[in-house]
Design a protein around this ligand. Structure first.
Ligand code: C5P
Ligand code: MG
Length: 164
């Protein structure tokens, strides 16, 4: 079903528990020297999971678990860029494209400031957007959730093909 709305807002969230000895991947960027990484069925990239959910939510297409069930053996260790690519494809099939996204990562450590540009660039490339259209904010949990990463993403989608 297509929608006549010229713009649609999407919002997505994801969270993962963090454990020592695992790699921490955020927005397709591996955080160097991270003291812990996501416990997950896929690569645990909470940024990309939340981005994909924001895209799907913008068109009321459900969430990534419906397309990539975390109980399915075939998705074990999945590169989350595949999830975003699929969500983007579904958005495009309906005549829309992302315009800009804003993401907030809540993580106590390590500090991510030095990776802000890398993450923006990586997410922008996956969405075929200019880097300036990807806002990246970092917050600590102030020690409330030291073994936890939480990501929140809003996305604006615009109709790029006329409604049928
Ligand atoms: O959460 P809080 O307001 O204390 O964050 C202070 C600053 O630390 C923010 O400017 C944020 O960009 C930065 N930060 C970071 N990496 C994190 C968490 C916060 O660079 N993992
Ligand atoms: Mg996830």
């Amino acid at each position: 079903m297509t929608s006549p709305l010229p713009y649609r807002i999407g919002y997505g969230e994801d969270a993962h528990r963090l454990e020592a000895g695992r790699s921490l991947v955020l927005g397709g960027v591996t955080v160097p020297d991270a003291p812990h990484g996501a416990v997950a069925h896929s690569d645990g990239d909470a940024v990309l999971h939340a981005v994909a959910d924001a895209l799907l939510a913008g068109l009321a297409l459900g969430d990534i678990g419906q397309y990539f069930p975390d109980t399915a053996a075939e998705w074990r260790g999945l590169d989350s860029r595949v999830i975003v690519a699929r969500a983007l494809e579904l958005v495009r099939e309906r005549g829309y494209a992302p315009v800009n996204v804003a993401l907030v990562v809540t993580l106590d450590r390590p500090k991510l400031g030095p990776l802000r540009t890398d993450i923006a660039r990586s997410v922008a490339a996956l969405l075929a957007l200019p880097e300036a259209e990807v806002g990246v904010s970092f917050k600590t949990s102030e020690g409330l959730a030291p073994a936890h990463v939480q990501v929140r993403v809003s996305a604006l989608l615009a109709r790029v093909e006329p409604a049928e």
